[in-house]
Design a protein around this ligand. Sequence first.
Ligand code: GTR
Length: 331
Amino acid sequence: MIRFNAKLLASASALVAVALISGGTAAAADKIVFRSADTHVDGYPTVEAVKYMSEELSKASNGRLSIKVFPASQLGEEKDTIEQTQLGVLDFNRVNLVPLNNIIPLTQIPSLPFLFKSTEQAQRVLDGPIGQEILDSFAEKNLIGLAFYDSGARSFYNMKHPIKTPEDMKGMKIRVQQSDLMVGMIKALGANPTPMPFGEVYGALQTGAIDGAENNWPSYYSTRHFEVAKYYSLSQHLMVPEVLMMSKKSWDKLSKDDQKLVRDAAKKSVQKMHELWAAQEKIAHEAVVKGGSQINEVDKQPFMDAMKPVYDQYVTDKKMKDMVERIRAAK
Ligand code: GTR
């Protein structure tokens, strides 16, 4: 958090200028520019959604509160930035739910393979009471869960051959996000899981350290993974959302009124994210096809059948079991 105090301002004319440019309405001494991390490059929907949130927050607070987004893992890979957010070194963070799996048990639920019937159903569930319960559970770990963002569906891609059945994955080295649940998922399919940070995947594909990975269209495209791993097989095994969260330390420093402004601006950015996401999925899909990706349909049933041990191992307590049932029953 960058706080501009009156003393500093008196000696730093540049900062006075900042206060004036932004309309001069907020008392300079109250101005706060929060810092937010994102692993994605500038222009990616998640980055743009948080920038939009910053604009909304700034408007609602007469220029007093805003967020500076640091894209492209400038502040570290997701696992590190999550720790920084817990410690209050970082104010905001936009990550995928999966890297939170080992820290916040309920985040494992929407990260379960083949749990949701469609991305629309996932969105309805996450916008409702179940989603809120999951976000509320962040507080125990010094985080404030603010909103879920779209992430579409993740499918497998690799450099060897199209994946049509789990047998096609036997022995393949597949990169996953850093989560025990994901390691379990790949093992259950008979492949070799390699957990690693997002930023290392391109190099690992190039050197052959891994054979493939899995992600949605926009990430497959923005990372240029499609250039090295051209077989994209529509397994759509995961529909895990992105999440925007705040450090509880930064949150606790805000007044109740400012906390409400933050929540409201986050909510507004969800709508913006829907639009940005729909557009980017289309652009990314078209671009990878044009770039030579070979896309194949997958009969999902054998993949689903292979997931039973994963559910047995990771959906352990009653609360989790109930939540899985509620999601399965949800429209
Ligand atoms: C993307 C997600 C990122 C990151 C990445 C990964 O879909 O938006 O936050 O988690 O996947 O695979 O590491």
